[in-house]
Design a protein around this ligand. Structure first.
Ligand code: ZN
Length: 138
């Protein structure tokens, strides 16, 4: 079995962002030389997510509004976690949107459904954060 590990780094200008990382993950699959296997893609931070969904701008606006209804950022003092920090909403948003995805690799490519794309979801940005890409197979 072969394996390949890569960290993808991000620093978003705003607090929240959705970034399509499918091309970067595909590039790592190619770099790994693995043609049959699995790729794990996970946020390495507890205020960011990796998830799969449609690359459609309206949907991303819908995510933003939905998450703000469930876990509004402000007022910061509504959360027990806030005090030294102000990112309780980001922890909650990450919990809903998930930590990681696993995608099959078939014939050297990501074996995604027709509209599936892999996203990095940032909920507490403006600092350097990373995503782990771990590929195993042969
Ligand atoms: Zn925190």
């Amino acid at each position: 079995m072969k394996s390949h590990r890569k960290e993808l780094w991000f620093q978003t200008p705003g607090r929240r962002a959705y970034i399509n990382i499918t091309p970067a993950v595909s590039a790592e699959v190619r770099a790994s030389g693995i043609t049959e296997g699995m790729v794990l893609v996970n946020a390495m931070h507890i205020t960011a997510s990796v998830f799969i969904n449609d690359d459609e701008h309206g949907l991303h606006s819908d995510f933003e509004r939905w998450l703000e209804k469930l876990a509004p950022e402000k007022p910061h003092n509504q959360y027990a976690h806030n005090g030294y920090e102000d990112n309780a909403d980001a922890h909650l948003k990450r919990q809903i949107m998930g930590r990681e995805v696993v995608v099959a690799i078939t014939a050297g490519s990501l074996d995604l459904g027709p509209w599936e794309q892999i996203f990095y979801g940032e909920f507490d940005g403006k600092r350097r954060k990373r995503v782990l890409v771990k590929i195993i197979g042969e």
